[in-house]
Ligand binder design. Sequence first.
Ligand SMILES: NC(=O)c1ccc[n+]([C@@H]2O[C@H](COP(=O)([O-])OP(=O)(O)OC[C@H]3O[C@@H](n4cnc5c(N)ncnc54)[C@H](OP(=O)(O)O)[C@@H]3O)[C@@H](O)[C@H]2O)c1
Length: 168
Amino acid sequence: MRISIIAAVAENLVIGKDNDLAWHLPDDMKFFKETTKGHTVVMGRKNFESIPHKYRPLPGRPNVVLTTNPDYEAPKCAVYTGLTTALKEIERGGETHCFIIGGGEIYRLALEMDVADDMYITQVHAEVKGDTYFPEIDQDNWEEKVIAAHKADERHAYAFTVKHYIKK
Ligand SMILES: NC(=O)c1ccc[n+]([C@@H]2O[C@H](COP(=O)([O-])OP(=O)(O)OC[C@H]3O[C@@H](n4cnc5c(N)ncnc54)[C@H](OP(=O)(O)O)[C@@H]3O)[C@@H](O)[C@H]2O)c1
């Protein structure tokens, strides 16, 4: 099973603020939806709770929530208390490509455990105020390719570049 991280990250590594995204970038959201559609998404309990009730679970893809609370209930989602078990069970269910969709704690965990084959990172070209960060990555370990570039416009306060990082 291929395991991909997908995240949108500001120049100062901010990814979130007050348990919400720190920006509204509809075309990046569209990229996220199209890329993850049909595949299992793995997220932390806080990320799950940051998604408005009407949009969760994220439609059209199995949703997996990680929490240390074995009694946690997330309707129509699979809940696991560890990333290793979650990934094993997802693969056992026949998934061929799963996405780790954050937030900060779960990205850190996935990078520390070195489980990801590749990463889709939207670099948001701004220094943004926030309270949740993407971990610093060692660029030497990843081969970087630009997938798309988007200018700031009336719908997007910031320009952004979507990059694919493949583990060397
Ligand atoms: N820009 C982006 O691409 C992006 C993407 C996703 C999220 N975000 C933002 O990120 C923020 C949320 O991130 P966060 O770092 O605060 O929280 P998070 O990573 O979404 O969730 C943290 C929770 O995950 C559970 N957890 C952590 N490590 C675990 C482990 N080893 N085993 C089992 N469960 C574990 C714990 O749940 P319990 O406390 O229940 O035990 C912990 O409180 C929000 O602001 C959100 O908008 C941004």
